[in-house]
Design a binder for this molecule. Structure first.
Ligand SMILES: [Zn+2]
Length: 420
């Protein structure tokens, strides 16, 4: 079993030695002395150790469509994106996902929940690069019976193939949204996820328009619509949830749904910003943080998202104490890990070793009266020096193995799919 000793790093404001054995945190003590004999020792004097971020909503390979948004709303943006996505193949998604994972590691994300096409290519990229993740098969049938049948077959085939994946990379199911997916498919996907104890991921009430259309057409809000099919529960992750009424919040809370807040995407697509963080939490939801795909967000930087969330919540509520930084840190790590079913997101003995070494020997942390405040508000992600996932160092001194090749291959494929 390999081991790493972090000597005299800062943990919760105090100096500590931290020993990683295999893929878990084995020991934490003020001073473990010289007798530990780890394979690798890291001088932690300039570092503060924090749990890695968990990105609870993304479409990883949309890194290939970064910057094509052209200042438009979700619906017009999607129409454009779906045309481009017709040109995708396994290879493009594989390299686009590797680019996303590179970006996530550089910005401190150690686990992610993905909703995208060619999930086997996404899983292969995650396996090779060492990040943790739940990779989902996406149902989006556009109310076409033949497409629905083909998607069910493909989902079963990939689910079966996923038995070969490591314990670090798991399979899940996505329903894109209730405005793109037939009720038959929604019901089938929900039952399939439940029977196989798989995570169910969906977009929910992202825009006012989609929410209003549901009410006009069905007499139900999107929340009520999903609830009608029993699709809301503690194994469900609902992304966005911007346009909810009080009854929706009560339903989501009573079902203990995990809600992924994606502030930068919501702001950029003009979808809305009055996310009911506290109300959802009080109702019983597990509120987490995501970025959405780089096509709409336009990066995968959770730390940057935390800053936006903190400022927007203060602004629209006109309440400076609305959301403590400690809640934001937990929402972006421990809560996400719990939702995905990974024993990570905490720096404690026995937990999976998914952690970041933040370099505080720089301007943003001088003076360092309040680490969390500096980390969220003052720094940028260049302060994240080292990233460890599953007990393996995936980034050190900000270098990730193979990054030049990833940049070159992803760039070439992005231009290729745009030109096709
Ligand atoms: Zn999304």
């Amino acid at each position: 079993m390999s081991s790493i000793l972090l000597k005299q790093t800062t943990l919760n404001g105090a100096k500590a030695d931290l020993l990683i054995e295999g893929n878990r945190i084995a020991r934490i003590a003020p001073d473990l002395g010289e007798r530990v004999g780890a394979d690798r020792e890291i001088d932690g004097r300039h570092y503060t150790v924090v749990p890695g971020f968990v990105n609870m909503h993304t479409h990883a390979a949309m890194t290939l469509t970064r910057g094509v948004r052209k200042d438009t709303t979700l619906q017009k943006w999607l129409d454009n994106i779906w045309q481009i996505e017709k040109n995708l193949d396994e290879e493009a998604v594989y390299w686009g996902s590797k680019l996303a994972i590179l970006e996530m590691l550089k910005t401190g994300t150690t686990a992610f929940l993905d909703m995208y096409w060619f999930p086997k290519a996404v899983a292969r990229a995650a396996e090779e690069m060492g990040i943790r993740g739940v990779i989902t098969y996406v149902f989006l049938d556009n109310f076409d019976k033949n497409k629905a049948a083909a998607q069910r077959r493909e989902c079963l085939e990939i689910f079966s193939a996923s038995r070969e994946w490591s314990d670090r990379v798991r399979f899940g199911v996505s329903i894109h949204a209730d405005y793109t997916t037939s009720e038959e498919t929604m019901a089938w996907a929900g039952k399939f996820a439940q029977e196989n104890d798989l995570l169910l991921n969906l977009h929910l009430s992202e825009t006012e328009l989609e929410t209003r259309k549901d009410v006009e057409k069905l007499g139900l809000t999107p929340t009520q619509h999903f609830d009608k099919f029993g699709l809301l529960g503690p194994r469900t992750v609902a992304a966005h949830c911007i346009w909810l009424n009080d009854e929706d919040i009560e339903i989501l809370g009573s079902r203990h749904v995990n809600v992924a807040h994606n502030i930068n995407s919501n702001l950029l697509l003009s979808s809305g910003y009055k996310f009911k963080f506290n109300e959802l939490e009080d109702a019983g939801c597990n509120v987490c943080i995501g970025t959405d795909g780089a096509g709409s967000s336009d990066n995968l930087d959770i730390r940057e998202s935390l800053k936006t969330v903190a400022m927007v919540q203060k602004a629209w509520r006109k309440e400076p104490k609305s959301l403590p930084f400690s809640t934001l840190m937990e929402a972006s790590s421990l809560r996400g890990a719990r939702a995905l079913g990974f024993d990570a997101g905490r720096i404690e003995e026995g937990a999976l070793a998914d952690l970041l070494l933040v370099n505080t020997h720089c301007e943003a942390f001088t003076p360092n009266y309040d680490f969390t405040s500096n980390f969220i508000l003052s720094a940028n992600s260049s302060c994240i020096d080292t990233v460890i996932v599953d007990g393996r160092i995936l980034m050190e001194k900000r270098k990730v193995a193979g990054e030049d090749e990833i940049l070159d291959r992803a760039d070439a494929l992005a231009w290729k799919i745009m030109r096709r």
